[in-house]
Design a protein around this ligand. Sequence first.
Ligand SMILES: [Zn+2]
Length: 267
Amino acid sequence: MNLKKYFIPLTALFLLAAWPLSIAAAEPGIIWGGPPQVKQVALTFDDGPSPRCTAKILSLLKQYQARGTFFVLGAHVERYPWLVQAAIRDGNEVGNHSFAHPRLTKSSELSREQELERTALDLEMLGYRPDHLLFRPPFSAYDGRLVAYLAHTHRQMVLWGIDSGDWRGLPPAEIVHNVLDRVRPGAIIIFHDCDEKEQADRRPTVEALKVILPALKAAGYRMVTVSELVAGGDATKRSSSQSESLLKQPVKPRLDPAGKKTISGSL
Ligand SMILES: [Zn+2]
């Protein structure tokens, strides 16, 4: 019997079967969404701020009484601090998305820490010291070392349940479709208000939000920050442990375990 020809399919089957277990068991500090019984969602915006569209997004959020969570790059915070200040002033939340958007699973320990700490310092210099320090890894690439470092520094990793797909350069109608067809209570939705090179055109994101925000509002969704979402509408929980109300992996995320740059653009 030629066992070799069964080896690859059997290994693949084993890995597929073990995948959900490994995520659920090994990653206790990762936020994927909020409680599904509360009709609210968290809109998140990565890679900014950007003078080309962050202000437009802030104005749309305000128009529809929504608050968002901005996962910023330190390099952009240093260039456009007033945009971060405007986001905070409007009641939005700000999280750390590294300094220059490297793949942290490929970085040395020192440069990984510098990426996180320089951005944290940039935000502190703006007077931003939230109760909960949120972090979203570039390219959604993370490993045990990163998870351990975040736990050690009292930070929480935030991923998402719904990808708007705006980073692929989709037209507004497709971004709208990606969000509204999948939206559900407790979802964290990922958008982008810039990219790491400041080259991407995010006008489709802004145009899509002009449809998504009123539609979610009309459907009865509250649009809240990640911390509010995780607290499940209970303000007293905001200052207690977020991990109590964490919900893990409502939707299979797009991970990059092999470290390959599978798709151009960024997450
Ligand atoms: Zn990103």
